[in-house]
Write a protein that binds this ligand. Structure first.
Ligand code: HEM
Length: 452
C-alpha cells in the first residue's frame, strides 16, 4: 500500500469494536432496549450508543487510522495519539452507558456520569478527528475518496457536540432553553449526523478506494461520484441549517429536512449505480467473499433509504421508523463493516507477517489465511437473520425479533472466530505458516515497534 505503514493499534480498535457488537446483539437477545422499550427509553439509548460508538465508531476510527494514509499516500499525523484515543472512547462510552443505566433506574449509578462520559467522548473523537484532518490537510489537493472522509469528520464533530449537549441536559448539569429545545427537536438530527454523515459518508469514501483496489476495477473518479459528494454535502448543510434555525425559532419548519432526505436518496441511488458499475468493470473476475458480502450491504442501504422516503413504509416501520433504522444499521453499516473486516484483517496480518520476508521465502497468499466456505455460511446466516429481524419489527413481533437476534449473534460469533483464525494464521498450512524471520502476530495487541 503506497505511502502507508501498518497502524499499530488498528487491530486493538477492531477487537474492541467486535466485542461491543457482540454485547449490543446480546442485549437485544435478552430483551434489553428497543423494541422491548421505547426508542427514547434510557435502555434503548444505552443499546444505541454501545452499537453506534462502541462497534461502528471504534471500527471506523480504527480503519481510518490505517486507510487515510492509503487514501492520500502520506503518513498519519499524530499517530502516537491512537492509544489514548482508544482509551478515551472506551472509557467515555462506559460512563455514558452508565449514565443511561442510572436514568433507567439501575442502582449505584448516577446520571452525573453522563457529562463526564460526554467529555471523554468529545475529547477522544476530537483528537481522532484532529489526527485524521491534519493528515488530510497536509495532503491537499485531496482525491475524491479522501474528500468524503473529510465530510464524515465534520459530521462526527457535529454529532458528538450535539450529543454532549444532550448529556448535559439529561443529567440536569445544565438547564438552558436552548439545550432543551435541541433535546426536544434535535435527536433525529444527531442521529442523521452520526449514522448518515459520519458513518455512511465515510464508508462511501473509503469504499470508493477499497472496492477498485480489491476488484482491480478502474479507480478514476466519475461525474456520478462527484454528484454523490455534492448531494451528501448539501444534505449535511441543510441539517446544519435546521439546527441553526432551531436555535432561533423552536417552531422552525421541517422543510430543510425533507430536502436533505431527498438529496440523501439521490446520493444513495447514484452511489449504488457506481458500485454496480465498478463490479461490471472489474478485472479480477473471481468475486471474493468480502465483495459478495459487501453487495448485500449495498442492497440493504438502497432498500432502507427508499423505504424511509415512502411515508407508508416509514409508518409501518414503527416508532422512530425503528425497523428501517435497524436495516440501515445492521444490513448496511454492520454488514459492510463485517464484510470489509473479513478482507482487512487477513490483508493487514499478511502484510505484518510476510511483508518482511517477501522474496526471501515462500509465503502464502492472502486468500490462504481465510476459509471462504465456512465464512460464506456465516455471512448467509447473518444477512438472513437481519432480514428476519427487520421483518419481525415490521410485523411488531418482539418474540420473533429475539429469535432472529439469536441467529444474528451466532453468525457474528462465527465470523469473529474466522477473523481470529485469520489473525492467528490458523488456516495456513505448514511449512508456509512461519517461514524464518516471520514475526508471530498478536491477536489484538499492537505489532512490535520495529514492524512499523
Ligand atoms: C459524544 C458522544 C455522544 C453523546 C454524549 C451522545 C448522547 C446522546 C443522548 C443523550 C441521546 C438521547 C437524547 C434523548 O432522546 O433524550 C442520544 C441519542 C442518540 N444518539 Fe447519541 N451521543 C453521542 C454520539 C453519538 C454517535 C457517534 C452516534 C451515531 C453514530 C449517536 C447516535 C444516537 C442516536 C441514533 C440517538 C437516538 C436514540 C433514540 O432515540 O433511540 N450518538 N445521544
Amino acid at each position: 500500500m503506497p505511502g502507508a505503514t501498518l497502524s499499530r493499534w488498528t487491530m486493538s480498535y477492531f477487537a474492541a469494536a467486535c466485542l461491543f457488537l457482540v454485547i449490543g446483539e446480546g442485549m437485544m437477545v435478552i430483551g434489553y432496549g428497543y423494541p422491548f422499550a421505547g426508542v427514547d427509553a434510557p435502555e434503548t439509548l444505552a443499546l444505541v450508543h454501545v452499537l453506534a460508538i462502541g462497534w461502528l465508531g471504534l471500527l471506523m476510527v480504527g480503519a481510518l487510522l490505517q486507510f487515510v494514509p492509503v487514501l492520500v499516500a502520506a503518513p498519519l499525523r499524530g499517530g502516537r495519539l491512537a492509544l489514548p484515543v482508544l482509551l478515551l472512547l472506551v472509557g467515555g462510552l462506559l460512563l455514558l452507558v452508565g449514565g443511561f443505566g442510572a436514568l433507567a433506574g439501575v442502582g449505584g449509578l448516577s446520571p452525573g456520569v453522563l457529562p463526564l462520559g460526554a467529555l471523554l467522548l468529545v475529547t477522544g473523537f476530537g483528537l481522532a478527528a484532529a489526527m485524521l484532518a491534519a493528515t488530510l490537510f497536509a495532503a491537499r489537493p485531496l482525491p475524491l475518496p479522501a474528500r468524503f472522509v473529510g465530510l464524515g469528520l465534520l459530521a462526527l464533530v457535529a454529532t458528538v457536540l450535539i450529543g454532549a449537549a444532550f448529556a448535559l441536559a439529561l443529567s440536569g448539569a445544565v438547564a438552558s432553553d436552548l439545550i432543551t429545545t435541541l433535546l426536544i427537536h434535535g435527536v433525529p438530527l444527531h442521529a442523521a449526523f452520526g449514522l448518515g454523515g459520519w458513518l455512511t459518508l465515510t464508508a462511501v469514501g473509503v469504499s470508493y478506494r477499497l472496492l477498485p483496489m480489491f476488484m482491480l476495477a478502474p479507480e478514476e473518479a466519475r461525474g456520478t461520484s462527484r454528484v454523490v459528494w455534492w448531494a451528501g454535502s448539501a444534505a449535511l448543510t441543510l441539517v446544519v441549517v435546521r439546527i441553526a434555525w432551531l436555535v432561533f425559532d423552536a417552531s422552525a419548519t421541517e422543510e430543510p429536512l425533507a430536502l436533505a432526505g431527498l438529496l440523501a436518496a439521490v446520493a444513495t441511488i447514484l452511489y449504488c449505480a457506481d458500485v454496480v458499475r465498478l463490479f461490471r468493470e472489474r478485472r479480477r473476475k473471481a468475486v471474493e467473499l468480502n465483495i459478495r458480502a459487501s453487495y448485500a450491504a449495498f442492497a440493504a442501504l438502497l432498500l432502507s433509504v427508499v423505504m424511509f422516503l415512502i411515508p407508508g413504509a416509514r409508518a409501518a416501520a414503527g416508532e422512530g421508523a425503528g425497523a428501517i433504522v435497524y436495516l440501515f444499521v445492521f444490513g448496511w453499516l454492520t454488514g459492510l463493516g463485517l464484510a470489509q473486516l473479513y478482507k482487512i484483517v487477513p490483508f493487514l496480518t499478511w502484510l505484518e507477517c510476510y511483508g518482511c520476508v517477501l522474496g526471501r521465502a515462500a509465503v502464502p497468499r492472502v486468500q490462504d489465511l481465510v476459509r471462504e466456505g465456512h465464512s460464506s455460511l456465516w455471512f448467509c446466516l447473518y444477512y438472513g437473520a437481519v432480514a428476519a429481524a427487520t421483518g419481525s419489527l415490521f410485523a411488531g413481533s418482539p418474540l420473533w425479533f429475539r429469535a432472529a437476534l439469536l441467529l444474528q449473534l451466532i453468525a457474528t460469533l462465527g465470523l469473529a472466530a474466522e477473523l481470529v483464525r485469520a489473525r492467528m494464521l490458523s488456516s495456513v498450512a505448514e511449512p508456509l505458516r512461519f517461514p524464518v524471520g516471520t514475526p508471530r502476530p498478536h491477536l489484538f495487541l499492537p505489532i512490535s515497534r520495529q514492524q512499523e
